[in-house]
Ligand binder design. Structure first.
Ligand code: SF4
Ligand code: MG
Length: 332
């Protein structure tokens, strides 16, 4: 009811032409994904590259049309709204991309780029009010006032990403989709930008859909985390449940690949190895989509798709064997 965003049964296929014998084929990028996001909440979306994270983000932003499923934003369906209304909704949901420099226009000043959304959404805004809002938002993301007249090449990657955040914030959005928003940055800068996004989300009540392949970064910022594999949800849970008590074999494998700073813990903890390569999303495995790489797979896994079943709290896992598999929490 008080969900800001509700996604139900979302699937996105991309047709590809010129297959063998001219057969029509499709990349199944996102498959039957459901989740909710409430105001001010941060949902981390993790998975290997090619698992459908970015496609999911673009579908949520109403930038691509889903093949199946429905998306509600604040109680209504953007895809069913008039174009004018869809344009206004663009203001409520914005995006921050991976490559901060490439997502800025090299010929435009920082001030002009940060203010640009105001030209679109509030064209009648007086010039001095616009300048005031640009200065305020630049200050909020930690850039000095003289940034206004400068150009992107005069800034570091981290500063460019602060510009990207300022540009995303100036229209007072209710949700920001962060697509690998810190992945191109140095590790120390990543932490600063993630901390900034976390502060902004808390202070301004902005919901974040935080898409990343980096599990350490997702842990730092998320309230809940959703794990995708070949476009499907494997597990979704509160941050502490997911990292402290992961249930799905895929989540365990992902987490066991993240180095732990304490050498004793690192030596003693269990490893879960992934077998083989990521299958093609053109022809995803039948049954449990993870079965070709799962060390626990049984016959049933090869034919029967596991439902996303609810554990205690808001923890859901898509595995036939989640009850039987030995439960071994990963070291915190
Ligand atoms: Fe592994 Fe089977 Fe569970 Fe899929 S359903 S994750 S193949 S045990
Ligand atoms: Mg991506």
């Amino acid at each position: 009811p008080d969900d800001l965003l509700r996604v139900e049964g979302l699937s996105v296929d991309f047709p590809v032409s010129g297959g063998l014998w001219g057969r029509k084929r499709a990349v199944h990028a996102v498959r039957d994904v459901s989740f909710t996001l409430s105001a001010g909440e941060t949902l981390g979306v993790v998975g290997e590259s090619g698992c459908g994270k970015s496609t999911l983000g673009r579908a949520v932003l109403n930038l691509i049309r889903p093949t199946a499923g429905r998306i509600w934003w604040n109680g209504s369906e953007p895809a069913a709204e008039s174009l004018e209304r869809q344009r206004l909704l663009r203001r409520e949901m914005t995006v921050i991309f991976q490559d901060p420099l490439a997502s800025l226009d090299p010929r435009m000043t920082i001030g002009a780029q940060v203010g640009e959304p105001l030209d679109i959404f509030e064209p009648a805004l007086p010039e001095d009010e616009k300048r005031r809002r640009v200065a305020a938002v630049l200050e909020r993301v930690g850039l000095s006032a003289d940034a206004v007249g400068r150009y992107p090449h005069q800034f570091s990657g981290g500063q460019c990403q602060r510009v990207g955040i300022a540009r995303a914030l100036i229209s007072n959005p209710r949700m920001i989709v962060c697509d690998e928003a810190v992945s191109a940055l140095d590790v120390s800068i990543q932490a600063q930008i993630v901390a900034l996004l976390g502060d902004l989300s808390r202070e301004m009540g902005v919901a974040l859909l935080f898409i990343s392949h980096n599990l350490a970064v997702v842990r730092q910022i998320s309230d809940r985390v959703m794990v995708l594999y070949l476009g499907k949800v494997m597990e979704i849970a509160g941050r502490d449940s997911l990292y402290g008590a992961p249930r799905h074999p895929y989540t365990r494998a992902l987490l066991s690949a993240v180095p732990v700073p304490d050498p004793d813990v690192e030596r003693n903890r269990r490893r879960f190895h992934l077998i083989g390569d990521l299958p093609s999303p053109l022809d995803p495995p039948k049954g449990c989509v993870f079965h070709t790489r799962c060390p626990h797979a049984v016959d049933r896994c090869r034919t029967e798709v596991p439902d996303l079943s609810g554990l205690e709290g808001r923890h859901h896992v898509a595995c036939h064997l989640w009850r039987e598999l030995e439960f071994s929490p990963s070291p915190a």
